[in-house]
Ligand binder design. Structure first.
Ligand SMILES: *Cc1c(COP(=O)(O)O)cnc(C)c1O
Length: 380
């Protein structure tokens, strides 16, 4: 089945008792049993809930995986993967990781004896040099936030396989519409469903998908034991959101491309970070592993003045100043004072997060209006 058909149909069936075409919101904690041990597949909603179950099957299908699990947030999904490891195990990850993942690794799990290494994953030798017999997980995020760096998933899969380590890819930015890490050799794909999969800025949720039965058993064991599950209502909203994921992503990509080109031709704009440009250092990898370049764009201003960036984010009217991304509405953010404010200036500047860096999550509004809004703010 092709993507659009799976997005709409996978995991969902008309309700048997009423014919309702939409998956009901099973707002229930427990399920009556006919006799001890004699139930209909559902015993308690932390373990399994029919609305969540439908969503888990749907997300697994659109990621070309066999098993899906949904969590209360993206970070709860990451938390599940790390709990598969043991004290002394080493994890290699990228040095421009999503800030929340970095905080989870460094301030929660490091104290349980897990060892995290953050390297420039665009440089394969740097990754290979970090591998040793304790390496148990390679954690990839691509494209990265906010610099839009591209990491070669296939190359990481080769390194992980040789090291007998798991490879997990945070696929939040690309979405399964543009990139399928399991097909490229990853063991797990992770999503902040909060972003494009939900797509309407109304839910916080995470997901994991894998193919291997043994890994899936471990994933469900931790999901049930740690209990960071998502709610039936939220599962319903995301099932609805995913039905238009392909249409939304097409528009995010179209609008993103036009805005990236507009920005790169504007005299006040310095650099534009968008993997669709042939001048992007890893454009060839993006082209090989993604089917489009998405709607996330970062850019800097000429002279790199903090005040200019702050004025710009204040002067736009359609782009809303907010954290998060992936919704139908366009957002604008200033990483240096928002998402990356807790990182020391010298460190964030080394990875490119300079004072005038601005990040856009390009929505699916009419692109002429979006460009008009940016132009007005840039020209003022
Ligand atoms: C938002 C985000 C997360 C964390 O997800 P939450 O749903 O906010 O917990 C992880 N990775 C990336 C790339 C994100 O953008």
């Amino acid at each position: 089945m092709k993507f659009a058909t799976k997005a709409i149909h996978a995991g969902v069936h008309p309700d048997e008792s009423t014919g309702a075409i939409m998956t009901p919101i099973y707002q229930t904690s427990t399920y009556v049993q006919d006799g001890v041990g004699n139930h209909k597949g559902y015993e308690y909603s932390r373990t399994l809930n029919p609305t969540r179950h439908a969503l888990e099957k749907n997300i697994a299908a659109i990621e070309n995986g066999n098993f899906g699990a949904c969590f209360g947030s993206g970070l709860a999904a990451i938390d599940c993967i790390i709990k598969m490891l043991n004290p002394g195990d080493e994890i290699i990850s990228t040095n421009d990781l999503y800030g929340g993942s970095y905080r989870l690794f460094n301030t929660i799990f490091a104290k349980y004896g897990l060892i995290f290494h953050f390297v420039d994953m665009q440089n394969l030798t740097e990754v290979e040099q970090r591998v040793n017999e304790n390496t148990k997980l390679i954690w990839v995020e691509t494209p990265t936030n906010p610099m839009m760096n591209i990491i070669d998933i296939k190359a990481m899969a080769t390194i992980a396989k040789k090291a007998k380590a798991l490879l997990c890819v945070d696929n939040t930015f690309a979405t399964p519409y543009l990139q399928n890490p399991l097909d490229l050799g990853a063991d797990f794909v992770m999503h902040s469903v909060t972003k494009y999969l939900g797509g309407h800025s109304d839910v916080v949720m995470g997901a994991l998908v894998c193919n291997d039965h043994t890994l899936a058993t471990e994933m469900y064991r931790i999901q049930n034991s740690s209990g960071a599950v998502t709610a039936p209502m939220d599962s319903f909203l995301v099932l609805r959101g995913i039905k238009t994921l392909h249409l939304r992503m097409q528009r995010h990509c179209e609008n993103g491309e036009k805005i990236a080109h507009f920005l790169s031709s504007h005299p006040r704009v310095d650099k534009v970070y968008w993997p669709g440009f042939e001048t992007h250092p890893n454009h060839h990898i993006a082209k090989a592993q993604m089917s489009g370049f998405g709607g996330m764009i970062s850019f800097t201003l000429k002279n790199n003045q903090l005040q200019d960036a702050l004025n710009l984010v204040k002067n736009v009217t359609l782009f809303a100043l907010a954290e998060s991304l992936g919704g139908v509405e366009s957002l604008i953010g200033h990483p240096a004072t928002m998402t990356h404010a807790s990182i020391p200036k010298e460190i964030r500047e080394k990875s490119g997060v300079v004072d005038s860096l601005i990040r856009l999550s390009v929505g699916i509004e009419d692109v002429d209006d979006l460009i008009f809004d940016l132009k007005k703010a840039l020209d003022s």
